[in-house]
Design a protein around this ligand. Structure first.
Ligand code: SAM
Length: 383
């Protein structure tokens, strides 16, 4: 690849109308809407439809819930329109528990959204349960030891995965090569494509500072990064119609994808611009950590005498399958703010020179039983 660049466009507007984004122009949606019936979003929803405030004031939870989803429905209509055929949408959503008047109940946001997505033409695919354990001391507050009066603690969210159309095809040789360079490691695949994610915490992410300040409603960088790398290839266009602090933009920049982020609240401007200043260092450190995690995996696999039959062509490190031979990380070189809220990122097209060669030499030619010498093992240990 020569002169790899990506463009990131941030639009401050209401996503219920995305008329400035052409139909069938987006490759992947990664987003998390405001959650209906979670109190922190009452004002945001009421601002978009004042009848919601009235319903809440009248203690009519079901009506408020229905009206809040009508707002989201209009956004899902636009999402369907702008998405290309044979592409995915990944929507992170949590259900809500709430007492309105004297009735405590669950508002099943994930089911309501999924039903609507199916109604407008998406196909459902297996979803991901994001398990966010709450270790707070009052986790079981209100639930005693006596039966028939307590409620289960809600400690998970969903990542709904739907598709418009059917399986995406990569027909040209260039498209196939780009797909191979966008591949995941075998050990990442085993965790990322599992239907329960337990290893992503809502906190403790190494985020650029401006993002970490507004973490309350933000999803973790790792969540957006994984979804982008699971469901798109380099050079694709990612859309987040509920951009918030810009996590999806940052993850798209790190992944070599283009992005469009739409956010109704202009006060997020103050958060988004500084991200551009930090993203080069942040991304390059993140990519290096990803490579080092792979080396750690290699080390353990060698110690356990499990096979690593192939070698990555760019880095020379061992990999488990032939599909990982051409994984290539593109380090970020520079970010330029070209126009108002449009950023361009330039990438290196050469592989970063990490010192992995010795680790792989010992494996080549010994495909059934990998061996590594003590000095090579100590080199891996030093990574
Ligand atoms: C759950 S937050 C998204 C957080 C985001 N994933 C992050 O990592 O920061 C939902 C965002 O949607 C925005 N929003 C709500 N209604 C909107 C609408 N109609 N159009 C565009 N943005 C909207 C809110 O202002 C809020 O920032």
């Amino acid at each position: 690849m020569i002169n790899m660049k990506t463009t990131h466009n941030i639009l401050f507007q209401d996503s219920r109308n995305l008329k400035n984004i052409p139909s069938e122009s987006v490759d992947l949606i990664v987003t998390s809407p405001p959650y209906p019936m979670i109190e922190m979003w009452d004002e945001m929803f009421s601002h978009q439809n004042p009848e919601i405030q009235d319903a809440l004031a009248n203690g009519d939870g079901n009506q408020a819930y229905a009206l809040m989803h009508e707002i989201l429905d209009s956004v899902w209509d636009e999402v369907f329109r702008v998405l290309k055929n044979d592409r995915f949408a990944c929507i992170n959503i949590g259900d809500a528990t709430r007492k309105v008047r004297d009735d405590f109940c669950l508002y099943p946001n994930h089911a309501r959204i999924l039903n609507y997505l199916l109604k407008i033409g998406f196909s459902a695919l297996p979803d991901i349960l994001w398990r966010k354990q709450a270790n707070t001391p009052n986790k079981f507050m209100g639930s005693g030891m006596l039966p028939a009066g307590a409620y289960v603690t809600l400690e998970h969210e969903y990542i709904l995965i739907v598709r418009k159309g059917s399986k995406r095809e990569f027909k040209t040789e260039d498209a196939k090569e780009n797909r191979r360079e966008s591949a995941l490691f075998w050990e990442e695949r085993n965790v990322w494509y599992s239907d329960v994610w337990t290893d992503i915490k809502g906190t403790e992410q190494k985020l650029p500072k401006p993002m970490s300040r507004l973490r309350s409603a933000a999803f973790p960088f790792e969540l957006a990064y994984r979804l982008i790398n699971m469901y798109s290839v380099k050079g694709d266009v990612i859309l987040d119609p509920f951009l918030g602090t810009g996590t999806t933009t940052a993850a798209a920049m790190t992944s070599g994808r283009n992005s469009i982020g739409v956010e109704i609240d202009e006060s997020f401007q103050n958060v988004l611009c500084p991200i551009a200043q930090d993203i080069v260092n942040f991304s390059n450190t993140y990519l290096q950590d990803r490579a080092l995690r792979h080396l750690e995996f290699v080390k353990n696999r060698i110690q356990n005498e499990k096979p690593l039959k192939y070698t990555n062509a760019y880095y020379g490190f061992p990999v488990v399958t032939s599909q990982e031979q051409f994984i290539l990380f593109n380090n970020l070189e520079a970010v330029e703010a070209c126009r108002n809220n449009i950023f361009q990122v330039a990438y290196s097209t050469k592989p970063q020179t990490w010192n992995f060669e010795h680790a792989s030499e010992s494996l080549v030619g010994n495909k059934t039983k990998p061996h590594i010498s003590p000095s090579q093992l100590s080199m891996l240990n030093a990574q």
